[in-house]
Design a protein around this ligand. Sequence first.
Ligand code: MOS
Length: 731
Amino acid sequence: MSDSIIGAGPKRIDGQRKVTGEAPYAADHHPDNMAYGYGVFSTIASGTITGLDLEAARQSPGVIDIFHHNHFPELHRTPSSMAQGNKVEETRLPFEDNRVHYEGQFVALVVADTFDNARAAARKVGVSYQRDDAIANLDQGVKAHGTKPGSGNHERGDAEGNFDGAAHSIDVTYTTPVETHNPMEMHASVASWEGDRLSIFESSQGVVQQRGALSKIFGIPPSHIRVESPFIGSGFGSKLWMWPHAVAASVAARETGRPVQLVVPRPQMFTTTGHRPETRQRMRLATDDNGRLVSLRHESINTTSFTDQYVETCGSVTQSLYSCPNLTVSHETTRVNRGTPTSMRAPGAAPGLFALESAIDEMALAAGVDPLEFRLNNYADRDESQDLDFSSNHIREATEKAAEKFGWHDRNPEVGSMRDGHEIVGYGMAACNWEAIKRECEARVSLRADGTAYVTCATQDIGTGTYTIIAQTVSDITGLGLEKITVRLGDTSYPNGPISGGSWTTATTLPAVAAATREAIKELKGYATSEKGDFADVDNDSDSLVFENGQLTHDGQGVNYVDVLKGQKLASADGHAHTQGADDRYSYRSFGAHFVEVRWDPGISNLRVSRVVSAIDVGRVINSLTARNQVEGAIVMGLGMAHFEATDYDARNGRPVNNNYAEYVVPVHADQPPEVDVILLDYPDLEFNEFGARGIGEIGITGMAAAVANAVYHATGKRIRDLPIFKEKLM
Ligand code: MOS
């Protein structure tokens, strides 16, 4: 079959359902007799619940039950293993005891006949606390109880011994704040039970993992649980793993005997559904006379909760992006009174490359080398951390292409020298990088007698275009038009699929879908070559029997597959496949570079990003439209990280103070650069999978904040090492 559909840019096949409001999201489900839950959340960040006054709430209209630590069934914890398929990030169960570990923790759950009645009653619940001193931020955590070793560390050569005598060196520390995912769609569960069978609609990036976790927590077999998440108003990582509200909703439904809907209010989406933790990263780099790196140390500390150890692996990219014989990467955590952190788009790499790519800029300047030249001189040609070749790496070409298109070579390196009217223009650049991962996956494909194909896989489409690229894959092999292909995702009753995360959905699901399609064709050939078939004389595995454009063809004679099935009164030819994860022959990674132009108007203290050119090498591009969309979206999110995003906590008591859409600032349309130019290199990585695709969801955000910071330095001479780069910091 021609490969034209792979790499083309068809629009999302689910797009119309989404924009017309037809696509059901979790909280759109209203099963008969459904009741509504509303949480009561702790108003202290640390302490003990000493009393609950429930009288007024009980008498409030429509109240069915109120759950809390003295009225909640005994459950079990999940081992929280991704490999076992039951991972959660916050392992403490809701209402497990009377302890409060963070502000905005569930302390009670009111269930009532309507949403308004539940909310009104929840506000009447009185909670008294014994308040302990809260550890409100990273500095306080380190001071109070130091740090704990994390994971993902790496050491090679002698970084310390090669630092002091080096020709040029820097020793600088960067910090990044808590960032909160803020997907538009709220976290929500609609749970119902039939006997000992649980069914739950959830806004989830991983229905199979949620089923596994619920199975462990309730002690019932996975086959008795159905998790559905066919449409998601994004997640950015906050919906990869189940959070306490889903357990609370499931218990409430079981105990009240009614379906229960529970939506996490926006303020508590800052507390009980994860966040990107605060980091402090010390970077020590040194070069020889020629500007070659001789020593590199990246030491990172991130905040975690009192209930769980979450490591933000800031040095994950540092290990392999640059060639350096003497290198250490270390991660540590410190406990604070916040909810448990979790993966947020490009976990580790997003804050890590802010530090690394800012430090590379500082190192280049200290060594007297142009930052672009410095990178080209120091990029690694193989993965020195694993002692492996890269499967495919075009970072030099990406960097040079983007530099050319951006006009980097016209840059006057002198700080503040490029003026345009009353604005000072700054140019900055940074590399971007992300790992390429492929997991095991199952899929099922049916070629149906009505001329359509039907595909199922228990992965999800989080808005990225998974429905569409799966349909493209089936279309590529069968020749059926996209309009004839139905794709069903986000339901654990389908064959096991991966979480929608880690940028691994494309590389993981497409091989399984392709294999299942070929299995279906094989079954079809079996029918065609059977006694009653159209090709009864042909061997069923004969190479001369080919499936093309919906036809089975042999020796110039073609029969439409629909006729093959109808001739034998068959509904469909079906294929199921189970494909495996990546091997370890190579280091599989994606690469790229961002170039950013900022404009600083000192007269009115206005700072804006006016232009971005990014070149990205993610292997083969499956859908040029959705791929570009993801990089553009990640660039804008990276600008948010650079300029705006920070969840602020009151240092006196650990309370998040801007826990809403008004005060937690993300970029709006007016903040978008007038020009965003994304170059997709499109070199198939055929060592990685048959499609040569490595995944594209996360790489675009990595390096963006550093590229902005480097441009800001070029414009203003101010080196901002603590995100976000508020313009107040430039005044
Ligand atoms: Mo991504 S942080 O793996 O949703």
